[in-house]
Design a protein around this ligand. Structure first.
Ligand SMILES: Nc1ncnc2c1ncn2[C@@H]1O[C@H](COP(=O)(O)OP(=O)(O)OP(=O)(O)O)[C@@H](O)[C@H]1O
Ligand SMILES: [Mg+2]
Length: 214
C-alpha cells in the first residue's frame, strides 16, 4: 500500500424518479484518511457509498479517483476498493471457500489459497469454510463479506453498516481493520453508530449535507 491515492468527489447529487435524495456532496481525500457518512434512514448513505464504489452513477457532479497519478474509470473502481454492504450478494449454493475462490477467478486476483485461508481465519469462519453459505448465520455472512472486501488488499475500504449482525469479537476485528485502513489508505463508512463515527476523522451528515471537520 505504498501508492499515492487521490479520491475527489465534486458536487455530486442523486435523484431517483424525480426525488432528490442528496445534492452538492463534495470532499477530497489524499493518501489516507477516513470519513463517516451519517444521516437518517433514507437520507442516501447507501446510495452515496454505491456511487463511490462505482456501481451507481451520480445524477450530477463527478467522482475522480487517481492512483499513482493514473485516473481510474468508475467501472474499474472495484479493482481498487473493497466494499462491505448489505446489498452485496453471496452465492448461497456455494460454500464460503468456493465463494472466495469464485470471486478470485472472476476478478483475476492473483492471491494464493493461503491468503484466502488467512482471511477466513481472521474472521473466524475458517472451520465453516466447506459449508454452504445458505447454512451460515447472518453474522457469518457478514464475516465472509469482509473476506471478500479484503481479498485483493485494496487501498480504499468502503463499509456500509460495518458491524451489522456481528458479535462483540467480530466488532473488535472490524474496528481493528478500520484503524489499519485509515492509517494506510482510505476508509469511508456509512453509519449512524457512535462508535463507528468516533473512529473517523471527518463526518458528512446527509441530513444537512454539509461536510464538517470534527
Ligand atoms: N433503486 C432505487 N430506485 C428508487 N429509489 C431508490 C433506489 N435506491 C434507493 N432509493 C431511495 O433513495 C433514498 C436513499 O436510500 P438509501 O438506501 O441510500 O438510504 P440510507 O441512508 O442508506 O438508509 P438506511 O439508513 O435505511 O440504510 C431512499 O428514499 C430510497 O427509497
Ligand atoms: Mg443504508
Amino acid at each position: 500500500m505504498m501508492e499515492t491515492i487521490l479520491f475527489q468527489i465534486e458536487k455530486i447529487g442523486k435523484t431517483f424518479n424525480n426525488r432528490k435524495i442528496f445534492s452538492e456532496i463534495s470532499f477530497s481525500l489524499k493518501e489516507k484518511g477516513s470519513i463517516a457518512i451519517t444521516g437518517r434512514n433514507g437520507s442516501g448513505k447507501s446510495t452515496l457509498l454505491k456511487i463511490l464504489a462505482g456501481v451507481l452513477t451520480p445524477t450530477r457532479g463527478t467522482t475522480e479517483l487517481k492512483i499513482n497519478n493514473t485516473t481510474i474509470k468508475p467501472e474499474d473502481y472495484f479493482n481498487q476498493l473493497g466494499l462491505v454492504s448489505p446489498y452485496l450478494q453471496l452465492y448461497d449454493e456455494f460454500t464460503g471457500w468456493e465463494n472466495l475462490d469464485f470471486f478470485r477467478r472472476v476478478r483475476n486476483i492473483n492471491v494464493e489459497d493461503k491468503c484466502l485461508d488467512e482471511l477466513l481465519y481472521r474472521f473466524n469462519i475458517w472451520d465453516r469454510r466447506n459449508d454452504y453459505v445458505r447454512t451460515y448465520s447472518s453474522g457469518m455472512k457478514q464475516r465472509l463479506k469482509y473476506a471478500f472486501a479484503l481479498i485483493h488488499k485494496p487501498s480504499i475500504l468502503l463499509l456500509d453498516e460495518p458491524t451489522s449482525n456481528l458479535d462483540a469479537e467480530g466488532i473488535v476485528t472490524v474496528y481493528r481493520i478500520m484503524e489499519e485502513h485509515k492509517h494506510n489508505g482510505i476508509l469511508i463508512v456509512a453509519t449512524n453508530d457512535a462508535e463507528d463515527i468516533k473512529r473517523c476523522d471527518e463526518v458528512i451528515d446527509l441530513n444537512n449535507q454539509i461536510g464538517k471537520r470534527k
